[in-house]
Design a protein around this ligand. Sequence first.
Ligand SMILES: C[S@@+](CC[C@H](N)C(=O)[O-])C[C@H]1O[C@@H](n2cnc3c(N)ncnc32)[C@H](O)[C@@H]1O
Length: 251
Amino acid sequence: MMDRNADAPWSKFDPEVYVDLNYRTPLEVDLLIVRLLRDHFGRCFARGVPDAVRGVDVGAGANLYPALSMLPWCEKILLLEYAVPNVEYLERQVTGPEGYDVVWDAFWEVLREAPAYREVEPRNRFGEIVRVERANLLDLDGQRRWDLGTMFFVADSMSECPDEFQRGVRCFMDVLNDGAPFAAAFMKESLGYQVGDHRYPAYRVNADQVQDGLEKFAEELEIHDLHHMVRPGHEGMILALGRRNSEVAAP
Ligand SMILES: C[S@@+](CC[C@H](N)C(=O)[O-])C[C@H]1O[C@@H](n2cnc3c(N)ncnc32)[C@H](O)[C@@H]1O
């Protein structure tokens, strides 16, 4: 029996353990991804930033670097997340008196190597423009759309079922306006992952499957197949960068 998204223990997800496992000591591959993200968004907005850009990070979990990478370009950023402990973690990052946790400073250091980021004071701006909302990726139906979007390790890291992976990718593409720059990351060939006492499902994807899932809905698509292993049970990470085209993606 394959584990579906609704079967996994999301209400038990421990964001602090997840941060300890993945981000407290920044990994070379995440810093590389942050550099690629920064340069992609910089290129997309090189001819100017439209008024009132709204960004979204889908399945934000306990990772702020996708949102930080959108900071210079956005008037507002929404973090959508399903697991209640992660929603609470994100709300603390937004509303905490000291601003977001120092763990995220290492990622900002890489972003601020680019001039557009250096003009931003990240902690104040994060508190001002970022909001958090509980939402299920699989229920997003294109009624609300954003001008810039990220989805990191979600469509591949929430279910073992191929149909839920494909639907997750389509739902993400469906929340983006035509021309919206986007970035999506996937664990390559993941067999699932452990966070504290709980095991979470994954769908095994490779770069070709990511390309197949996204190319109908994207232009200027770049697939970065990053052969960095961060733990046993996967074979690297895949980063997809591009812009949304005008193809209808409704599931
Ligand atoms: C591997 S974690 C990735 C978290 C974060 N984006 C990152 O880059 O580390 C998978 C995330 O997907 C979230 N998630 C699982 N099912 C979801 C769903 N149906 N809708 C939205 N988010 C979901 C989980 O709660 C978790 O935060």
